[in-house]
Ligand binder design. Structure first.
Ligand code: EPU
Length: 338
């Protein structure tokens, strides 16, 4: 474990923001992590994983710990299920492809999500009708203050929509080191209810899909809507889809009956932020090197040399414009650093 100085983070965050880490250290094992957390000469530590859900707005003065702990182990299996332990630094999508090669089911709808496995529980990643919590069993996390490993069950994680314990009471206190997932070996439970998946399978003339077919459909859909971060810097959905109460929703839908929505519960409705943003005319717009993606207004992009400050300015212009027009205040989904 070696501390480097003045490292550009451009290739460590999917937005491609060229901010610097004053001090930077690769973490390849739980021991490296414990050793680095104990370094008293760097009192502030910053945990960096896949860098796919953050917007860095200035240089980082703290010691950046880049979590690169690898490995996938089968902890248990029977005829029907397998319990996998996946170390935090495993790239999410590569790991999903590995499970599909072994015919393990459960992750196919979450193909091609950027980022690493260790950060998946923090915001309970999800796509096309499936969320991490659906196959999650537990995770191990190192307490920053004591370097002790704690096990968190699904209940302990308090998962919600793009939310968990690690974004609330546990924020800044733990580093997730591994995640245990329970997947199916046969009798896979397919989730094709999401309209776009159904349409894609039909388009591919697939009537009896395998988990690999679903993964391929999701990959095709994502590639058609979401920019590839290696080609165009972005952090996926920049905003969360806002949740509104039933009475707010009723008022809104009287004025905008054409607006798409999802009913979350009796009193809660989710309105797609992408739709709200598109209605305000931002879709495909570019301001210097910061922009709104042309195929999905929920995604902000960096055309090359945008700074974090420029992206944040655009984000708040959008939030304020949407609020003025619809009376609905959106909030960012990505972590804003700085
Ligand atoms: N829409 C528009 N204009 C747009 C974008 C979307 O009108 O520019 C409308 C669509 O026509 C559709 C609705 O909004 O009626 C929903 O769009 P979509 O199905 O593409 O999903 P989303 O709500 O925009 C969410 C997640 C995505 C996830 C997809 C699929 C959030 C914040 N985003 O997007 O997650 O891939 O559903 O499940 O919940 C991410 O978190 O980074 C991410 C990409």
């Amino acid at each position: 474990m070696q501390v480097q100085e003045n490292i550009s983070l451009k290739f460590y965050n999917t937005f491609g923001i060229d901010a610097k880490a004053k001090f930077f250290c690769e973490i390849n094992s739980e021991k490296d992590l414990a050793d680095a957390l104990r370094l008293e000469e760097y009192p502030n530590k910053f945990i960096l994983s896949g860098g796919s859900n953050m917007l860095i707005t200035k240089d980082i003065e703290a010691l950046v710990l880049h979590i690169n702990i690898k490995g996938i182990t089968i902890l248990k299996e029977n005829d029907d299920h397998v319990l996998l332990k996946i170390m935090a630094g495993e790239n999410w999508h590569q790991m999903v492809l590995w499970t599909l090669e072994h015919n393990y089911g459960g992750l196919e709808n979450m193909s091609l999500i950027p980022g690493n496995t260790g950060t998946a529980p923090i915001q309970n990643i999800g796509a096309y009708g499936v969320e991490l919590k659906d196959i999650f069993v537990s995770c191990d996390a190192m307490e920053i203050a004591t370097q002790q490993i704690h096990k968190f069950t699904k209940e302990d994680c308090q998962f919600g929509y793009r939310d968990s314990y690690f974004k609330n009471e546990g924020k800044g206190k733990f580093v997730i080191t591994s995640v245990n997932l329970r997947l199916t070996k046969n009798q896979h439970v397919l989730n094709t209810t999401y309209g776009a998946i159904e349409a894609q399978l039909e388009n591919d003339s697939i009537t009896d899909p395998t988990i690999k077919d679903i993964s391929n459909a999701v990959i095709t859909i994502r590639q058609s809507k979401l920019p590839d971060p290696t080609e165009l810097g972005n952090s996926g959905s920049f905003f969360k889809n806002p949740l509104v109460s039933k009475s707010e929703f009723e008022k809104f839908s009287k004025i905008y009956p054409e607006a798409p929505y999802y009913k979350v519960s009796e009193d809660l409705y989710k309105i797609p932020a992408g739709w709200l943003i598109e209605q305000c005319g931002f879709k495909g717009k570019r301001f210097g090197d910061a922009g709104v993606h042309k195929n999905q207004a929920l995604v902000l992009v960096n055309y090359g040399n945008a700074t974090g400050e420029e992206i944040i300015k655009l984000a708040f212009d959008i939030i304020n414009t949407v609020e003025k027009k619809f009376g609905i205040r959106m909030s960012p989904e990505v972590n804003i650093i700085g």
